[in-house]
Ligand binder design. Structure first.
Ligand code: CDP
Ligand code: MG
Length: 149
């Protein structure tokens, strides 16, 4: 089992797509283990995108992601990290495959609706940044037997 950090970005919230996006992960079989919704401080967003600190788009993405509320999700499932990245699609929404969240719902590179951790190390780092241990919920779902390996 893996856990991964998903953000419905500011554009996803503004476009009223929180339910649609969360619904895609739920329908796939991922389990919601953490959820929060608010406008987050600049320090959290800068830390989250720390690997991009020296890239030209860094100020823009930080400005965009601090401009309004974001919905943070922690999701659990078998190979959750790569499964969620597949559901999300490529960074440039215009090139993302139909069937993916970005491919179906977006047309922008910056405003690409959703973030998903890209590796086990990123997931660990990002989950610790966005959620405390107490905010991640351990519980069973009645259909889990049908969603395993
Ligand atoms: O989100 P993803 O992992 O697919 O892409 P990334 O390369 O880690 O970039 C992080 C985010 O920065 C993207 O999701 C875009 O919102 C933004 N970005 C951008 O505005 N312009 C770029 N050239 C690359 C990324
Ligand atoms: Mg990334």
């Amino acid at each position: 089992m893996e856990r991964t950090l998903i953000l419905v970005k500011v554009d996803g919230v503004q476009r009223r797509l929180v339910g649609e996006i969360l619904g895609r992960f739920e329908a796939k079989g991922l389990k919601l283990v953490g959820l929060k919704f608010r406008q987050f401080p600049r320090e959290v967003i800068e830390e989250h995108y720390g690997e991009h600190r020296d890239k030209p788009f860094f100020p823009d993405v930080v400005g965009f992601m601090t401009s309004g509320p974001v919905c943070a999700l922690a999701l659990e499932g078998p190979e959750a990290i790569s499964v969620c990245r597949k559901l999300i699609g490529q960074t440039q929404s215009r090139e993302a495959d139909p069937g993916t969240i970005r491919g179906d719902l977006g047309i922008s590179r910056q405003f690409n609706l959703v973030h998903g951790s890209d590796s086990a190390d990123s997931a660990e780092r990002e989950l610790a940044l966005w959620f405390s241990d107490e905010e991640l919920v351990d519980y069973s779902l009645c259909d889990e037997v049908w969603l395993g390996d």
